[in-house]
Unconditional design. Structure first.
Length: 104
């Protein structure tokens, strides 16, 4: 299998400020990525409505690990028509996700 995908990894240093959302969306679009990994979200939870503030609609699947106070937090986004992801392990400093193609 010779699949190629782009992965965007970014220490976002907080995602709660609405003035960052346009820059995040622009970087996702520019990178033509299939998976987005954001560190230091500084956010305790995510839902689909909140993610729509900064992620293109094609990124409809997500997993996260909450921040602990004012630091940390991880968010992984993907397009479910390309990937199906399942968390294997979740820890404060890392998410292990098993990605399989949606057509496998």
């Amino acid at each position: 299998d010779n699949r190629h995908w782009n992965i965007l990894c970014w220490n976002i240093r907080g995602i709660n400020a609405s003035d960052k959302w346009d820059a995040i969306r622009q970087k996702i679009d520019e990178s033509a990525c299939s998976v987005v990994c954001l560190q230091e979200t500084k956010r305790a939870s995510f839902d689909s409505a909140y993610i729509r503030n900064f992620a293109p609609h094609s990124f409809d699947k997500f997993e996260f690990f909450p921040s602990m106070g004012l630091s940390g937090g991880l968010l992984v986004l993907c397009n479910s028509s390309i990937f199906l992801g399942q968390i294997v392990e979740a820890r404060q400093y890392g998410l292990t996700i098993d990605f399989t193609g949606s057509h496998d």
